[in-house]
Design a protein around this ligand. Structure first.
Ligand code: MG
Ligand code: MG
Length: 282
């Protein structure tokens, strides 16, 4: 990054040089000068980051709770907290897109902590209203799990003088396997705090059966891509079947997500999947 075209102060130059470095790594080149396109992307990310930070302060994030249904009797056994961004400019930004933005801009830590606190508040409110509050599963991103104070953040959000807070965690498969030993230690603590852990987006990462058996987790959630394609694609069907029997023989519960129609639900029932969630239910 060259002065003055790519920045007039050290911060800007360093930021643009870092962006060019990332680009060089992606392309496999040995070096990469900063370009207007790279510059533009950095600027775009910066303005987005500012908007996302404002969104935290202005309470523009919302949690929607999607029920998880038990397959035998159809009763609701829990909910997953899905975050949306009610942006004044962009409208409602859905979870998948939003998580990506949050991770890219680094705002995920702040927002992740907010999600935990809000889920606890909602759970308590339901309890105080005398409702049979379902347990709430909160998604945890790689950036949250990998921060050294992860357990402290968690404890601060959910600790309530020993009262049950009804919070469980979902962690994406691909990230859980990078540093298994470290993760096992953290997840044990989480379990001892009374939370269950689900491996999310199962089937998309690289977990070996050996590491799956070692992890202190309670359930796997089959990635929606398999559920969406299993009725048309025999290979996907075979994978779903295999994931269910593998997980169940390891003593884990199996949840299928992205269940959108009755045929999918029927097939999952036939395969003895334990729980489902998706637009078919709510
Ligand atoms: Mg999830
Ligand atoms: Mg998922």
């Amino acid at each position: 990054a060259l002065y003055p075209a790519d920045g007039t102060d050290a911060d800007a130059l360093l930021r643009n040089a870092t962006a060019a470095l990332e680009q060089a790594k992606l392309s496999g080149d040995r070096y990469q000068f900063c370009t207007p396109e790279i510059n533009a992307r950095v600027a775009e990310n910066l303005s987005l980051e500012t908007k996302l930070r404002h969104a935290v302060a202005n309470q523009e994030f919302v949690l929607h709770y999607q029920p998880k249904v038990e397959l035998k009797h159809g009763s609701i056994v829990g909910v997953e907290a899905l975050i949306g961004w009610q942006s004044p400019e962009l409208g409602l930004v859905p979870p998948l897109k939003l998580i990506h933005l949050l991770e890219e801009t680094g705002v995920i830590l702040e927002v992740g902590a907010w999600v935990l606190r809000q889920a606890v508040i909602d759970y308590r409110r339901w309890m105080e209203m005398g409702l049979a509050a379902p347990r709430i599963a909160v998604n945890v991103s790689i950036f949250e799990l990998r921060q050294s104070e992860f357990v402290e953040v968690l404890r601060e959000a959910i600790d309530d003088e020993g009262r049950a807070t009804g919070i469980d965690l979902e962690i994406t498969e691909s990230l859980i396997m990078d540093d298994v030993q470290e993760d096992i230690t953290k997840l044990r603590t989480v379990r001892d705090m009374g939370m269950s852990v689900t491996i999310d987006d199962f089937g998309t990462g690289y977990s070996s059966i050996a590491s799956l058996a070692k992890l202190p987790v309670h359930a796997i959630k089959i990635d929606r891509a398999f559920v969406a394609s299993m009725l048309a694609d025999p290979n996907a069907m075979l994978l779903v079947e295999t994931m269910i029997s593998l997980a169940q023989s390891l003593g884990l519960k199996v949840i299928a997500e992205g269940v959108d129609d009755e045929e999918q639900a029927m097939m999952l029932r036939l395969l003895s999947c334990d729980e489902m969630q998706g637009n078919l239910f709510s």
